[in-house]
Design a protein around this ligand. Structure first.
Ligand SMILES: Cc1ncc(COP(=O)(O)O)c(C=O)c1O
Length: 366
């Protein structure tokens, strides 16, 4: 190509999304494929959302409200913060990108675990920053490792709690000890995409005391526990001055109006959320007990997904499972060659997964 691509952009590995169901069904000529690959909500979303969205359809000739006013206000009340502490985005992906673009000058460093949710690295590189990746310790975020890598160039630190892909958590004590050693001018981005699923009460939850520390930016999403992945809506809660910078650079209509309406309705249905969380725990416990009976090791998890060690090439197993219409995630590209990551499905999807995994492992004879 004659057009010169920026050096940082050249270094970007494309984000590999979980294989969409429709694509698997087309490729393998099957129907009713099961997807346990993207940590989505298998139970759908609150029934209130259907009517709310349908009622809004005849207004889709208008631009959305730029401030996502009703949603922002609802979130502000829920978390006891002001509207101008909140930045809503086209998924939390959007807020991650805004943070990188707003706070990195060329060559500035952003620390993150290795491996991490890929959008951190992609956003930092597109913002001309330098991602500094810190290997995990025992499948968990190495907070000490991150502290060791802090330099005068560090501007951002990404923490994921609970961690994707392993499901480990950072406790309140661990976070406090860590934060005490992070310089005052470094933003600590705490991505809590899966926090609703955590069962361990020692977890650090940054919104227990919102805005207690101006360095902390909390990221949350409606894509997981609320089941709105297709609507694309997530948000950050942060210091007013930090939020003001993001508001200045965001797209004026970054959250479409159906997403705003859906998220408002989702917040009004606490029962659906609680049912999702309960059913997710039941599903996880079922999967763990079945896998353990099969002699397969699972990493402990505090999320809606779990990593399983098949002690064989995970990508081959992933591909063989696809031909049975079950989509999981091989962790090979994350550096865990023998691990799959699976999220909980409906009870039927979970039993199908176990049945197909048994079949595939039997056929392989490893
Ligand atoms: C850790 C983590 N953060 C953020 C996201 C993105 O969420 P959203 O759909 O809100 O962009 C994901 C999605 O998989 C994730 O795993």
């Amino acid at each position: 190509m004659i057009f010169k691509v920026s050096e940082q952009v050249k270094a970007i590995k494309a984000y590999e999304p979980g294989k969409p169901l429709k694509e698997v069904e087309r490729e393998y000529g099957i129907t009713h494929a099961v997807k346990l690959a993207s940590n989505e909500n298998p139970f759908g979303f609150s029934s209130r959302i259907h009517n709310a969205v349908l009622d809004h359809l005849n207004q889709m000739n208008r631009y959305p409200e730029s401030t996502a006013f009703e949603l922002t206000q609802k979130l502000a009340r829920k978390f006891h913060v002001e509207n101008n502490n909140i930045v809503v985005g086209n998924g939390s992906d959007d807020v991650i990108a805004l943070l990188a673009h707003a706070f990195l000058n060329p060559g500035d460093e952003a620390l993150m675990p290795l491996p991490s949710f890929l959008m951190y690295e992609i956003s930092v590189l597109t913002a001309k920053g330098k991602p500094v990746m810190v290997p995990l310790t025992d499948y968990s975020t190495s907070l000490d490792g991150i502290l060791e890598q802090i330099s005068p160039k560090t501007r951002l630190v990404f923490i994921t709690n609970p961690f994707n892909p392993t499901g480990s958590i950072i406790t309140q004590d661990q976070f406090e000890r860590f934060a005490n050693k992070v310089p005052g001018d470094v933003l600590i981005i705490v991505d809590e995409a899966y926090i609703e699923f955590v069962r361990d009460r020692t977890v650090f939850n940054s919104l227990d005391k919102p805005l207690a520390d101006p360095r902390i930016v909390t990221l949350r999403t409606f894509s997981k526990a609320y089941g709105l992945a297709g609507f694309r809506v997530g948000y950050g809660i942060m210091d007013i001055e930090v939020a003001a910078v993001l508001h200045r650079i965001r797209q004026p209509f970054n959250v479409n109006s159906l997403a705003q309406v859906a998220a408002v309705a989702a917040l009004e249905d606490e029962l659906f959320l609680q049912q999702t969380i309960k059913a997710t725990h039941v599903g996880l416990d079922y999967l763990i007990s079945q896998l353990t009976k099969m002699g397969i090791d699972c990493l402990p998890t505090q999320s809606n997904f779990l990593m399983v060690d098949l002690k064989t090439d995970a990508t081959q197993v992933f591909e063989e499972m696809l031909s049975f219409g079950v989509v999981v995630r091989s962790m090979k590209s994350y550096g865990f060659d023998t691990f799959l990551r699976i999220n909980t499905g409906t009870p039927k999807e979970n039993t199908t997964f176990i049945k197909v995994l048994k079949e595939v492992l039997k056929n392989r004879g490893d």
